[in-house]
Ligand binder design. Structure first.
Ligand code: 1HN
Length: 366
């Protein structure tokens, strides 16, 4: 501290409030800003980088599957899920994005419900006979398919195959429940399985080549939310097609310096990213190390294929297939595939920042 700056003691004396003023403030639950400003931003700790290895997740979901049938779960979300918990946050991998790894055994159903949080499934072990039913349509879950469960759509998961299915659930749950405090937007369906009222392919067909008038409002069940953006429809992004698009990109375009050959999933209602108003998703093909950068958003990754490392503020998170890791806000990071190539699913809360004109990004050298 320089000689000319008043010390804290002096400052507090200058700011001494009269007994009258102090009394008025206290009686009416008011506080001077300078006495509370240090409390802002302290409800959660700084998020830290972390990684969950697939072999540990696998052991956990196998154990949970052996021990607990879905039908025995207590009332609540009724999903058999192992949830990566970031020790620096407490109840999810980050303070905006939640991920979990869910299993459904052959013959089981995860019962129908709906909620205000946006969700998607990214299939880890699936098949055409493992179906998530969303808004009246069965969506087969083949490996690496991404299927949306937009807010307030009924959804249940039905395993008609003879293998246990596993997938990644991604929701904007911490944002919706912890920050927005929107806790009363959850409802169980009266039936375990919602009636299938649509033919397979219906939702995709209405948001592909042609669009009915007022498509974003064309939901069977109107939600309690008045959205200002085009609502994301239920949609299956087949991995076979996404992979083809990635390969075409690698053949014909230059890689993004930070993300490699990267395609963001589009909201089929708008034809552009983000997939949800709160979260955006990228399929990223890495063939060489990316450049370092940092930004104020949180990024969560799932390793679709390959091995490598992501360097976060000098610390290496070494990853292999199906690992899950998180890169916190403002951390300088870059990716380094180990062999020829790797593919990541990148997940970000950037749309929330962009909605507030608040997104910021830089590279350490600039
Ligand atoms: C949910 O609805 C599912 O539908 C999975 O499979 C995980 C975690 C919290 C809240 C709702 C699902 C969830 C969830």
């Amino acid at each position: 501290m320089s000689q000319t700056e008043p010390d804290e003691q002096e400052l507090e004396e200058q700011l001494e409030l009269s007994t009258d003023t102090r009394g008025i403030l206290e009686r009416h639950n008011l506080r001077p800003l300078w006495e509370v400003e240090d409390d802002f931003g302290n409800t959660i700790d700084d998020l830290e980088a972390d990684i969950w290895k697939w072999e540990d997740i696998q052991a956990a979901i196998d154990g949970v599957e052996d021990d607990v049938p879905i039908a025995d779960l207590p009332p609540g979300f009724q999903r058999r899920v192992a949830v990566p918990i970031n020790a620096s946050f407490g109840n999810a991998i980050s303070n905006t994005i939640y991920v979990g790894v869910q299993t459904v055994s052959p013959g089981e159903t995860a019962p129908a419900h709906r909620h205000g949080a946006n969700a998607l499934r990214f299939t880890i072990d699936g098949s055409e006979d493992m179906k998530t039913v969303v808004a009246g349509e069965e969506f087969p879950m083949a490996d690496n398919d991404l299927i949306t469960t937009p807010q307030w759509e009924w959804h249940d998961h039905v395993n008609d195959s003879d293998e246990t299915a596993a997938w990644l659930d991604v929701l904007d749950l911490p944002l919706v429940l912890d920050s927005l405090n929107a806790r009363n937007t959850f409802e169980n369906h009266e039936l375990e399985r919602q009636p299938v009222t649509k033919t397979q392919g219906y939702w995709g067909s209405q948001y592909g080549q042609g669009r009915p008038e007022g498509a974003s409002k064309d939901k069977d069940i109107p939600g309690p939310f008045e959205g200002i953006r085009e609502a994301t429809p239920p949609h299956r992004f087949k991995w076979s097609e996404m992979l083809k698009s990635l390969r075409q990109r690698a053949e014909n375009a230059n890689p993004d310096p930070y993300d490699g050959y990267s395609l963001s999933y589009v909201n089929p209602a708008t034809g552009s990213p983000p997939l949800f108003p709160t979260m955006s998703f990228r399929a990223q093909l890495l063939q060489e190390a990316t450049d370092e950068h940092f930004h104020n958003t949180t990024e969560v990754y799932f390793v679709v294929e390959g091995e490598g490392a992501t360097h976060v503020d000098g610390e290496a998170l070494e990853w292999g297939e199906r690992d899950i890791f998180v890169v916190p806000p403002d951390a300088t990071h870059h990716h380094e595939p180990e062999d020829e190539e790797a593919i990541l699913l990148g997940m970000t809360d950037r749309p929330v920042f962009e909605a507030m004109n608040f997104y910021a990004e830089a590279s350490p050298s600039s």
